[in-house]
Design a protein around this ligand. Structure first.
Ligand code: SF4
Length: 259
């Protein structure tokens, strides 16, 4: 197992298989994961598994300064990101000043790389917060996680640390009125003797029904790429991902597949 944590606020740029040349933003502590989910496939490891327990969430001004100096450095090198992506060591919308951070990022993007997109990869756990929703409506790529249409599968796979309500989550996602992308991780194998598979017919048909309520502008489906906390998890073969994508495309959705 070699899951890892980010050791900076701003990382990269890296070539993202889903987003292009991506400058990563980590709003959670360096060297510590903080998330409202504890996905069994998380590349940052399980909550509390790795890192420095005393590491703190950076302030809004620390985030702004780190991004500003990286964009200035890239300007000197003559490079620009395609996208500034909020991901990192956990759930970015847990940052207490998430809305302010997004406002700063829009301002810096407009100054240094006006063509770059701003993306947030989120697990949809904070959509009850009006300021989070407001900030997500201001970015270019609002990418929200939905790993199944079945609550029990999501609980098994994503391990939310709160009373997860799938119907409420679907309604909150639908409330973006199409201004969002749905990201779904498909994974198989087993965890501690329990079978893991969110590609069953029940999972896929309920996931498609959920998409019809949410009506996202796009869907990103993918499978595990790097090490995960459990080495008994398995990638879903590309052919199978493509077959799932085809079913969503037949309902009129644009789907990208990363196998
Ligand atoms: S939502 Fe993302 S950061 Fe949080 S546990 Fe899942 S994969 Fe990891």
């Amino acid at each position: 197992m070699s899951v890892f944590l980010f050791d900076k606020i701003v990382f990269g740029p890296v070539m993202s298989r889903r987003l292009g040349v991506s400058l990563g933003m980590n709003l959670m502590p360096v060297n510590r994961k903080v998330c409202s989910f504890d996905c069994i496939y998380c590349e940052c490891g399980l909550n509390g598994q790795l890192g420095d327990k005393n590491s703190q969430i950076p302030s809004r001004s620390e985030v702004r300064d780190a991004l500003c100096s990286k964009l200035k450095e890239m300007q000197v090198e003559g490079t620009k990101p395609d996208v500034i992506t909020f991901a990192g060591n956990g759930e970015p919308t847990l940052h207490a000043e998430f809305k302010g951070v997004i406002e700063d990022t829009i301002e810096l993007r407009n100054t240094y790389c006006p063509n770059a997109r701003i993306a947030v990869l989120s697990n949809a756990s904070r959509l009850h917060k009006p300021e989070v929703v407001e900030a997500l409506k201001r970015i270019d790529d609002n990418i929200q996680k939905l790993d199944s249409g079945l609550k029990e599968t999501i609980i098994r796979l994503d391990q939310p640390n709160y009373a997860f309500d799938l119907d409420k989550t679907i309604q909150q996602l639908a409330d973006f009125n199409g201004q969002l992308v749905i990201q779904t991780m498909f994974v198989g194998g087993e965890k501690e003797g329990i079978s893991i598979d969110n590609t069953t017919e029940a999972d896929i048909s309920s996931w498609l029904d959920a998409l019809d309520k949410i009506k996202p502008q796009k869907i990103m489906i993918y499978t595990i790429e790097r090490d995960t906390p459990y080495n008994s998890l398995k990638k879903i073969p590309l052919d199978q991902l493509k077959a799932i994508a085809k079913r969503a495309e037949e309902r009129g959705y644009e789907v990208s597949v990363s196998g």
